[in-house]
Design a protein around this ligand. Sequence first.
Ligand SMILES: C[S@@+](CC[C@H](N)C(=O)[O-])C[C@H]1O[C@@H](n2cnc3c(N)ncnc32)[C@H](O)[C@@H]1O
Length: 357
Amino acid sequence: MPRPARSDRNAPKGRPRPKVDHRTRQPAREYELDVLAGLEDVAATELSGVPLARDVRGLRFWFPGSPDRLTRMRSVVAVYRIQSWDVPRPRGLLGNQQLSELTGYLREVIEVGGHRSFRFGAAGKDSPVMQRLAEELQGTLDLPHDPEAGELLIRLRPSEDGQGWDVLARITPRPLSARPWRVCNMAGGLNATIAYAAHKLAGQRDNDRIFNPMSGSGTLLIERDLMGPSAALVGVDVNPEAVRCAQENIRAAKRQIEVAQRDALHTGLPARSFDLIMADLPWGDAISSHGANETLYPAFLTEMHRLTSQRGRLCVITHEIRLFERVLQNQQKWHAHELFQVASGGHHPKAYLLGKR
Ligand SMILES: C[S@@+](CC[C@H](N)C(=O)[O-])C[C@H]1O[C@@H](n2cnc3c(N)ncnc32)[C@H](O)[C@@H]1O
């Protein structure tokens, strides 16, 4: 005879009841992360730290409860809700039942995200079918269609199994990579998800004294400070406009980080002042020229060697890949390995991690 299950009331005293996270009982929704090409592994690692994310397939997964936790991800450009419809073509979404399901699905996204307009990001968004869909949704969602700047970005694509169409809806009105702290933009400003990835892969240690020469608008500084404590965090830039811009962003981020106007090659700082140097070097386009970089890059490696502690690390991000790799080959002081190459704004910069020989 099967033994009757013992109720909790009869559980031995003193033993704590196992806690059940109430979110596990909430219905899960499917999501997909939009990530800069090259940062997929960093995003996957970050996703593995999101409690209750399950059935993870690459950057696609199920997650119960409020998606607020997902909006705190720092390595991703955006998070999309995703739902599939068993229709052969997007035209099928105009059917009564499909349109009502689609409206319900998008309403859920809007309720959480507070989007005030919508647009389509799909290829063929100007086709008559998509225009009809936009007209219909404008009515059913009671939300204006703004084809250029709509906050709810909706993408359509054939399902992976070839059996229908996926509708993806960005859960936040702005991409997550557009950080709220960025009140000052600068030509050459680094995508914040790249800054996050570089810090993660260069190693995040609380006792690091960190230097960010050539700090520009302050992306690497602010992202690091938001990640957690460090023993010191200091930036310099030769351009006073850049220093002002970084200070504005730091204020907006409510952080306290020291940024000064200095030539990174002549700071006057004592040798071995830092354990980690994070540098987004001039790429030779928006900032500086290839000719100037021919001189700057080798001089930079020499001076950073002086400023780094014996077991310190130097992380370099640059789009001047050929020049940087040639300069690396022609020196003996550093060993280096590539961390990642990423596609960003038409560029394909690489990040390297260097250690002292
Ligand atoms: C690619 S940008 C850095 C962008 C920055 N990561 C951001 O997110 O805004 C390179 C920066 O190097 C600065 N720079 C160039 N030569 C320098 C030098 N010798 N010392 C200090 N800063 C320098 C430029 O003024 C520019 O702000």
